[in-house]
Design a binder for this molecule. Sequence first.
Ligand code: CMC
Length: 378
Amino acid sequence: MTVCEYRPGLEGIPAAESSISYVDGQKGILQYRGIRIEELAEKSTFLETAYLLIWGELPSQEELKAFENEIQEQRRIKYRIRDMMKSFPESGHPMDALQASAAALGLFYSLRDLHNPKYIRDSVVRIMATIPTMIAAFQLMRTGNDPVKPKENLDYAGNFLYMLNEKEPDPLAARIFDVCLILHTEHTINASTFSARVTASTLTDPYAVVASAVGTLGGPLHGGANEEVIQMLEEIGTVDNVRPYLEDRLQRKAKIMGFGHRVYKVKDPRAKILQSLAVQLFEKFGYDKYYEIAQEVEKVMAEKVGKKGIYPNVDFYSGLVYRKMGIPTDLFTPVFAIARVAGWLAHWKEQLAENRIFRPTQIYNGLHEVPYTPMGKR
Ligand code: CMC
């Protein structure tokens, strides 16, 4: 066996073979199953894109309808899951609530039949259908309200916004939210997807796979960055303060949230689409100062660190869009999870098809043959 050098963060080291998505970080290209993200954002819906990712090709009209119907039928969560969520502390982060609830689903569906296509299909439908309901339910319960039941006439995106705000969403907002889900649903082998594949490789159940991925997505260097972008824009406060704020942080070698990417060395193609969606939303519902501050941040960052290949990533504009839709800041990452779960499940299915348990190696740099020191001599 070849002994490889150690690369922190496994940078550049392939951990899987996958036909789900493709990124060219130099040219700013992202494709799902070979289709450009720009085309999907314009022509597809989130559920159609999820189907494409998970089953490998675009569905026929009947296949899509059947998938949509199955999801719609499974949207309600069990009373016992809801009651369990009621006992979560209101001050807890919604990502922790989601991780616990996703894992708890496994208690109710403990049968594990990983070679059965029906089991795979049912699990995909159940997880995708219930995650938005669990997030909306936690949001309402932590603010002292009863959860809102899913509404049949609304699509996936519209229904989530309805369950969250207790009113039917504006059609433009619902379509933009659906496009946001398309843009966030898959991105090759990032940290949470790697986590999902590692967990899947042990042949555990899909609820554990999703729970481990949710836990990984929550960190500020991954999905959690979109919350921190908004906090940063609020902290900056005015357009005039952008330059001194950034100069101070960059001088201290502090990271600017929503910038930089392991793979992209140009502006993230998802950030470009999200920026245009933000503009559409602001045109309809009114501009706020945070968009102006964000534009100035982008300009100053290009000047200061553009040559190092540090540009806005997906999280930079998504927070602005979600904020305008009235989604609370600490739900931004759970919303990311609503989208990304389809990518995780596509990787779960792909991992199962060619499974070998992940068991990398390490380079030991500790001591050897150390004698045990008795308690009194330490
Ligand atoms: N602000 C300022 N400098 C940066 C940033 C940033 N956001 N990102 C990278 N750099 C600099 C970094 O200081 C380093 O400079 P030097 O070579 O002089 O020491 C160089 O660029 C390489 O940085 P790195 O941290 O080694 O890069 P990485 O590939 O390990 O990290 C990253 C990628 C996304 C974690 C990092 O860019 C970052 O922390 N960004 C801010 C958090 C963020 O927006 N995360 C969302 C990522 S996209 C969505 C997702 O995948 O979930």
